[in-house]
Design a protein around this ligand. Structure first.
Ligand code: UT7
Length: 325
């Protein structure tokens, strides 16, 4: 049966690094608090010529270069993001124009931090219907534009960046073979970000609090650990696999304590989880593709191994996905 395989990966991080010491000058916090509570030491912050679509395009160019695929061969571009520089057109349309991917249709998806994993499931379904399709899937964020830099509860957590993969169909046993995706919209207000204020007075909301990220960290933490564990164990069970069959788990990079908790609950050995959170912080939809690219370049992804993704974000949205690399 045809499955969607990742032909190649690429990523792009902004040049500027914001350290915990820098944050100590901006809000009442400390390197010790941030490191011990989150595991984050640095995050990259976009500057001039590092708009969301520009980071996305650079990540895509790197993925195209390593695969040898021409931009004109692409049939579809999907960008998972919650921080595009314009609401319309989509970031994917900007990327399409920048790359000259004239044969691709293009759109964005919003599943918050779970966006890339949702997008991989989507791309996999397209490819099962049309195995010759070449799909560029990107996770790209410039959350620095959406963070309240006076709120120490959130501003220490997030960073900017983009990661990209090129997918097509394959019959050699590799590729995406399972996913378990979920949402619970009733819990939307645990992690949210408003649009700009309404220009229609009738639609203006009394509860509008500014177009920046707001979060109930403690509740998010509890839900994240439990729901990701459930999504992973049910998916493994469905495919008659155990955690010992996993070659590498690449989780959404949000908080080291969430990841340690999850790893322990799943019984996953230390060397089977990829973590780069300390350097980039939480880059939302970009975190998994950036980690995938880094893991790939470090030789941590072995052909034929089972790779497990798991993710969690605003919505709430969460899930897990399995592929044979
Ligand atoms: O993609 C999913 C996105 N979000 C997440 O994954 C976030 C999940 N949650 C978390 O990572 C953690 O809940 C946080 C790292 C956000 C917070 O850690 P915590 O251990 O849950 O701390 P807390 O919210 O219970 O706050 C403890 C104290 C509070 O002070 P008081 O009320 O006890 O006096 C906070 O005001 O820490 C204070 N605090 C800070 N102190 C120094 C909150 N942020 C900071 C800060 N620096 N940056």
């Amino acid at each position: 049966m045809t499955k969607a395989v990742i032909l190649g990966t690429g990523s792009c991080l902004p040049e500027r690094t914001l350290t915990n010491a820098d944050l100590e000058q901006m809000v009442e916090t400390s390197d010790e608090w941030i490191t011990s509570r989150t595991g984050i030491r640095n995050r990259r912050i976009a500057g001039k010529n590092e708009q969301n679509y520009q980071l996305a395009t650079r990540a895509a160019r790197r993925a195209l270069a390593v695969t040898g695929v021409d931009a004109e061969e692409l049939d579809l571009i999907i960008v998972a993001t919650i921080s595009s520089h314009m609401i319309m057109p989509s970031t994917a349309c900007f990327v399409q124009a920048e790359l000259g991917a004239v044969n691709a249709f293009a759109y964005d998806i919003n599943a918050a931090c779970a966006g890339f994993t949702y997008g991989l499931d989507l791309a996999s379904n397209y490819i099962q219907n049309r195995p010759d399709m070449k799909i560029l899937l990107i996770g790209a964020e410039t959350l620095s534009a959406r963070v309240n830099w006076e709120d120490r509860n959130t501003c220490v957590l997030f960073g900017d960046g983009a990661g990209a993969v090129i997918l097509t169909g394959s019959n050699d046993g590799r590729g995406v073979f399972g996913s378990s995706l979920h949402a619970d919209g009733k819990l939307w207000n645990l992690l949210c970000m408003d649009s700009p204020e309404s220009l229609n007075p009738e639609l203006r909301r009394d509860d509008w609090q500014g177009a920046h990220i707001r979060m109930n960290g403690v509740d998010i933490f509890k839900h994240a650990v439990r729901l990701m564990e459930d999504a992973v164990t049910s998916l493994l069970r469905k495919h008659d696999l155990t955690i010992n069959d996993i070659g590498l788990m690449i989780p959404h990079q949000a908080n080291i304590r969430i990841l340690k908790n999850l790893k322990e609950r799943l019984g996953l050995p230390e060397d089977k989880i990829f973590i780069n959170l300390s350097q980039y912080g939480n880059t939302s939809a970009a975190s998994i593709p950036i980690a995938l690219d880094e893991a790939h370049r470090l030789g941590r992804l072995v052909r034929g191994d089972i790779v497990l993704l798991c993710t969690f974000g605003g919505g709430l949205t969460w899930g897990s996905l399995l592929m044979r690399w």
